[in-house]
Design a protein around this ligand. Sequence first.
Ligand SMILES: [Cu+2]
Length: 464
Amino acid sequence: MTSRRNFFTGAAALVGAGLVSRAGAASLPEAPMMASADTQPPLAPPNGRPYNGVVTLNGWSLPWRMNNGVKEFHLIAEPVVREIAPGMKANLWGYNGQSPGPTIEVVEGDRVRIFVTNKLPEHTSIHWHGQRLPNGMDGVTGLTQPGIQPGKTFVYEFVAKRPGTFMYHPHADEMVQMAMGMMGFWVTHPKNPAHHAVDRDFVFLLNAYDIDPGSYTPKANTMLDFNLWTFNSRAFPGVDSMNVRQGDRVRIRAGNLTMTNHPIHLHGHEFEVTGTDGGWTRPESRWPEVTTDIAVGQMRAIEFVATDPGDWAFHCHKSHHTMNAMGHEVPNLIGIDHTGVAEKINALIPDYMVMGDKGGSMGDMEMPLPDNTLPMMTGQGPFGGIEMGGMFTTVKVRKDQKPGDYKDPGWYKHPAGTVAYEWKGETPAPVRQRTPARQATPAAKSRPDIELNVRKPSGHSGHR
Ligand SMILES: [Cu+2]
């Protein structure tokens, strides 16, 4: 690990929260660092105007200092080591010790000054995705500013005019820098904290990496064939659960900085899309859904009332995005008798397993893995293997979760009689539909059972 800082083990994960240093306001603000990939509690604003803080899934919010009424932040662009899930670390590029970088939270109307120090081996910039700002603060290398060269610090300054959901990322060698994990979340809270108030407000970015099993560094030129699909650069079971109190109004905001769309699906509740990249949606424009597609470069805020206790799955509905590192050249052998094939392959490759003739279920199988990779489908639940990884987590709704408490309450304890159970009686063969006698032909009669008769339409009169 080349650039890993030495943190005091056991000390608070957050190092150097940003107060005005003794050197005075003329100096750079401190750049707090985060040593942990755990979800941090919301950052209570120590100064400035009040707001209801967000919780970044497996992330944190960046402290600031006030300098003559200006909120000053300091981002360090640098190589980091990110734990993708227990058992796998990746050499990424990020900000202030983690990838994605810290969430930046400001209030509508705040004057914001962000110092960006570049500790990468190549130039960078930061684009403040979605913001209204002076053109020269937009962060597009070559178009609105020169690149920030290694070792240099640039200053961005603008008024956060529009409340809503934003992201930040480089506009400099962006294929490489975003493939390496350079991105972060930004929330501009409304001036009046009562506007759009919710009980829990979770944020995360959708991202993807292509890291060969056993290696540590993403392949930067991959366009579609990623093998790690992540929420905030974490793959399930490394993604924390979102823990809420029954009856809470819950908002979840996600921004998509991958190169494909993600239909994000919530179990057990309907939600409405209350915010997009461009701001809050008008209440009369909303409709209920259980899945919303988030296209590339988009942000969505969904809201629902957590009425029903339980451990509710929350995941991307593309099944390949709820898997971890895998090869895609795996033939589908369902229904094919491959007795003997595995033995022959085992003679060449010990411990090889063939995708099953009864389906692919591997949740409870253990195939030896190279170091530093994750099994394809791994998470363990209270009833066994969850058989998913990647873009998957849970919303845990509990009656006794205290307001403001984000701790994981453990697995849901189901009331008696509310869990699907095994039928222990007789299981007779299914009754199939008989061909009606008036349609029966001698040929049909010779077949034992016919499940379906299809009558084809004649002519095209209906197609005008
Ligand atoms: Cu997806």
